[in-house]
Design a protein around this ligand. Structure first.
Ligand code: AP5
Length: 219
């Protein structure tokens, strides 16, 4: 069993790359952001509590998120591997992965400047039910405003408002960026763990092929 983590700031392209690796390698994607948005759409108590935090660009509690991941991994589809998108996001979550013996072979960190991030967020459109991601200029849907597969309307994420994006970036720097050193240090000590950085400001196709090459060589 081998797992992979896509790490990086909001808007780096984690969801876009995760969907591509899922298609190419048949790896199930565990996106904690998508799982939380599904809980919000279903109106569960967990979703309602998470919504307030997410709308402010804050992180949901480690306990809740680790519980969601633990449940997801019990599915048979995860038996041979999985790709984490947006998890872990704190050192506490990374330590939970270790203590629960969730195997990780590759940590791929997508790097990109804040200017690029802000531009990507303002043009992002999503299909709420599936989590499919578009961009009005870089990755437009075939028909404006509509999902390619279902024809349903696309939406703008509530947390893509410019002021919330700035809060999410602040949270990233305080709570998630320390994971870069966490995994770089561990990878230097553990022969079965690789840490790589990929320049995510490149065109999507190039980022996709670089990440796929890393997956092929490390997993
Ligand atoms: P989450 O949904 O995980 O959001 P995020 O990490 O902030 O990342 P995004 O989904 O915004 O961006 P992305 O990197 O996936 O980029 P994308 O591919 O969409 O989390 C949302 C919230 O949930 C959090 O703020 C938190 O509250 C909560 N949460 C989630 N996980 C949690 C956890 N583990 N612990 C606690 N709380 C948690 O791309 C962005 C745009 O750019 C798209 O329009 C895309 O088409 C375009 N694009 C992508 N790549 C390129 C490229 N190379 N060139 C040009 N355009 C590109």
């Amino acid at each position: 069993m081998s797992g992979m983590i896509l790490l990086g700031p909001p808007g780096a392209g984690k969801g876009t790359i995760a969907a591509y690796i899922q298609r190419e390698r048949d790896l199930p994607v565990v996106s904690t952001g998508h799982l939380l948005r599904q809980a919000i759409a279903a109106g569960t108590p967990l979703g309602l509590a998470a919504k307030t935090l997410m709308d402010q660009g804050q992180l949901v509690s480690d306990e809740v998120v680790v519980g969601l991941v633990r449940d997801f991994l019990t599915q048979p589809v995860c038996r041979h591997g999985y790709l984490f998108d947006g998890f872990p996001r704190t050192v506490v979550q990374a330590e939970a992965i270790l203590s629960e013996r969730i195997a990780i072979r590759l940590v791929c960190c997508l790097t990109v400047s804040e200017e690029v991030i802000v531009a990507r967020m303002s043009g992002r459109r999503v299909h709420p039910a599936s989590g499919r991601v578009y961009h009005i200029d870089n990755a437009p849907p075939k028909r404006e405003g509509l999902d390619d597969e279902t024809g349903e309307p696309l939406a703008t994420r509530a947390d893509d408002q410019p002021e919330v994006v700035l809060d999410r970036l602040r949270v990233y720097h305080q709570q998630t960026k320390p994971l870069i050193d966490f995994y770089r240090t561990r990878a230097a000590l553990e022969p079965d763990l690789a840490f790589v950085e990929v320049d995510a400001s490149q065109p999507v196709a190039q980022v996709q092929s670089e990440v796929l090459r890393m997956v092929a060589s490390e997993m």
